[in-house]
Design a protein. Structure first.
Length: 164
């Protein structure tokens, strides 16, 4: 069983979660920034992570998801400023599901990630971003130790599903 953990991360939050997932899994494994992945062939499971941006999957993370082959096993993870389990973060996961088309999506993990205060300030001024901008103020301490422990538990559950 060979696993690839790959992530796009602007300010390091999603990378922290990626590293927790990578630590938790006990198989032949690699971890790479998304821009360094040349091919997803030869992996039995892919963990693909991204920060939620504008309620969706950032452009930099889209090609690798779109290029997943039929039946390829993938688990998504994301960090976001908005509340965990909230509508805004769910929407991004649904977008990832849509992009993944024929891949076999095993599951998704999301937790909050600190948002740059300058970005919060800027986005609060725009009506279309106000909702998550308000929520994002509470994400300051994330991802925290509990988030990373949850990410590790998620990783193990995904590995168990991949083996089924
Ligand atoms: C341009 C931009 C847009 C964002 N849009 C959203 C959003 O729509 N919803 C949300 O919950 N968080 C949003 N965020 C917050 C990030 O998802 C969050 O801070 C994330 O943890 C950043 O992860 P990173 O450090 O891996 O880049 C946005 C951040 C940036 C920079």
């Amino acid at each position: 069983m060979k696993a690839l953990v790959t992530y796009f991360s602007l300010s390091g939050n999603t990378e922290k979660v990626a590293r927790a997932i990578f630590e938790a899994i006990d198989v032949d494994k690699e971890i790479k920034a998304i821009q360094d992945v040349r091919s997803t062939d030869g992996y039995d499971i892919l963990f693909i992570g991204f920060p939620v941006q504008a309620h969706s999957v950032p452009e930099a993370a889209q090609p690798i998801i779109r290029d997943l082959k039929a039946g390829q096993k993938v688990a998504f993870f994301s960090t976001h400023g908005s509340l965990r389990g909230g509508q805004l973060a769910r929407q991004a996961f649904e977008d990832a599901l849509g992009l993944a088309a024929k891949a076999k999506v095993l599951g998704h993990f999301g937790c909050r990630g600190k948002v740059d205060p300058r970005i919060i300030e800027m986005l609060l001024k725009k009506p279309e971003h106000k909702a998550w901008g308000e929520e994002a103020k509470g994400a300051d301490s994330h991802p925290d130790a509990a988030d990373l422990a949850d990410a590790k538990a998620f990783a193990l559950e995904m590995m168990a599903r991949a083996k089924q």
